[in-house]
Design a protein around this ligand. Structure first.
Ligand SMILES: CC(C)=CCC/C(C)=C(\C)COP(=O)(O)OP(=O)(O)O
Ligand SMILES: [Mg+2]
Length: 438
């Protein structure tokens, strides 16, 4: 257990948030100055962390980072080319994506390993700092093995193949230190342990999932009960790998997060567990939901708990009242949904190869809309792109409406997470490969 060296910050905006628009528009500049001291101050230091942002690391979001595609995109098929061009026909000119140049018709399209999905709207990110990746990878392995006994020896290759260090360094370019990055990395590993062991590949099942998730949730949101029963609950937190991982990762997190940041995380995890339960119910019933129902489930069974800790990992706080505003909630939901559909697209072939029917957006669209697998996949790309465009539009509008430093930085942090998440999915060829649709 790390020694807590920090007093988690209190809300920096005591009266903010009652009327977000009024707050932002009335005297935003004055209030922005008020909060600058809190959010523009040096990041909260963690044990062993050097003060201030790491040298050479950007403090801006990926959307403003330089374009550095690691792999040349494949040539585009006519369908994909149409997708990139956006809607056509009378009155749709204003809806078209802007292409840097017209693209020639492809000779023989294909999607090489490690390439982005053709037509998928995304922002390339710079390669994550190798020194940080190495250090996070070393520390997370030691945590997994020595602190929480996360997995048996024969899962080691899979653990390494997940490349969680590369993932988290790519998603949090403004983390002031490796200690800050470890907060996100432990939680990511714990979240995946629960998904694997309770829901999916490593012994998971829809049967009894509600009970397992609820008991594991108490590792994040502790039981408060009588003296007689408390010890049994405390003991239960050590009884399987998912609970050990949640418990330990949360212990570290609450020592660096404010009370409201920790509560935000608990709420997002409750959302996640609710989403797992809906997915499990459909598996038990062998039912394919309607597309909108699937999208509703996937808004909960979602990466959301990861981008929403960007401020804790960045060493500052988006005050609870600003986080709770509907405009911010919409931006967060759109970002979470885009990142999660990215997973559906990159993990499509992995999930087709898995035993049983695994729901993802292309599978649900093909089934419910009676179109081919390929058409459904390309339509899913369009759904993703629409979500991404909406996310960016709404985030830009919110940034313009609310010139508060913590809001601006949080929005950049969420955008960086979106871009880092795409980078990780694209480059994780150990785990994912693209279908042959181009
Ligand atoms: C990290 C985190 C909060 C994950 C929760 C939800 C989740 C596991 C995903 C959004 C990933 O989806 P999926 O279960 O389909 O993962 P793989 O495709 O197996 O990588
Ligand atoms: Mg998936």
């Amino acid at each position: 257990m790390p020694a807590p060296e920090l007093t988690p910050p209190q809300s920096s905006l005591p009266e903010a948030g009652a009327h977000f628009g009024a707050y932002a528009l009335a005297d935003a500049a004055t209030r922005a100055r008020d909060v600058l001291a809190a959010t523009g101050a040096p990041p909260r230091a963690l044990p062993g962390a050097p003060p201030g942002p790491p040298p050479g690391l950007p403090t801006v979001a990926a959307t403003s980072l330089p374009d550095v595609p690691a792999v040349e995109p494949p040539p585009l098929s006519p369908d994909v080319d149409r997708l990139l061009r956006g809607p056509s026909g009378l009155g749709t000119a204003g809806l078209r994506l802007t292409l840097p140049q017209e693209r020639p018709a492809p000779p023989k399209p294909s999607a090489p390993q490690g390439a982005a999905i053709p037509g998928l709207y995304h922002h390339p990110v710079p390669e994550p700092d190798p020194a940080r990746v190495e250090e996070v990878s070393r520390r997370i392995k030691s945590w997994a093995m020595d602190e929480v006994s996360l997995y048996p020896d024969d899962w080691e290759e899979e653990f390494d193949g997940f490349s969680v260090g590369r993932y988290m360094v790519a998603c949090h370019p403004d983390a002031p230190s490796v200690d800050h990055l470890m907060l996100a990395t432990r939680l990511m590993v714990a979240e995946n342990a629960v998904d694997d062991c309770y829901c999916e590949d490593h012994g998971g099942s829809p049967v009894g999932l509600g009970e397992r998730l609820l008991l594991a949730h108490t590792a994040l949101d502790p039981l408060h009960t009588t003296r007689e029963y408390q010890p049994q609950w405390a003991e239960s937190l050590h009884s399987d790998a998912p609970r050990r991982a949640y418990h330990s990762a949360m212990d570290y997190f609450v020592q660096s997060a404010s009370a409201s940041q920790a509560d935000r995380y608990r709420h997002d995890m409750a959302r996640l567990h609710l989403g797992y339960l809906a997915e499990a119910a459909w598996a038990q019933e062998d039912r394919v939901p309607e597309v909108w129902e699937y999208l509703a489930m996937r808004q909960f069974n979602n990466f959301r708990p990861c981008p929403t800790i960007t401020d804790t990992v960045g060493g500052y706080e988006l005050p609870a009242d600003l986080h709770a505003q509907p405009a911010m909630q919409r931006v967060i939901a759109l970002a979470g949904n885009a990142t999660t559909i990215v997973n559906d697209l990159y993990s499509y072939t992995k999930e087709l190869d898995a035993p049983g029917r695994h729901l993802n957006l292309p599978v649900v669209i093909a089934e419910r809309e009676g179109i081919s697998d390929r058409e459904a996949y390309l339509k899913s790309v369009e759904v993703h792109n629409d979500l991404m465009h909406d996310f960016e539009t709404e985030a830009a509008a919110l940034a313009a409406d609310c010139p508060v430093p913590s809001v601006q930085r949080f929005l950049r942090g969420v955008a960086a997470w979106v871009d880092g998440n795409h980078y990780w999915h694209r480059t994780n060829t150990y785990r994912y490969s693209l279908p042959d649709f181009w």
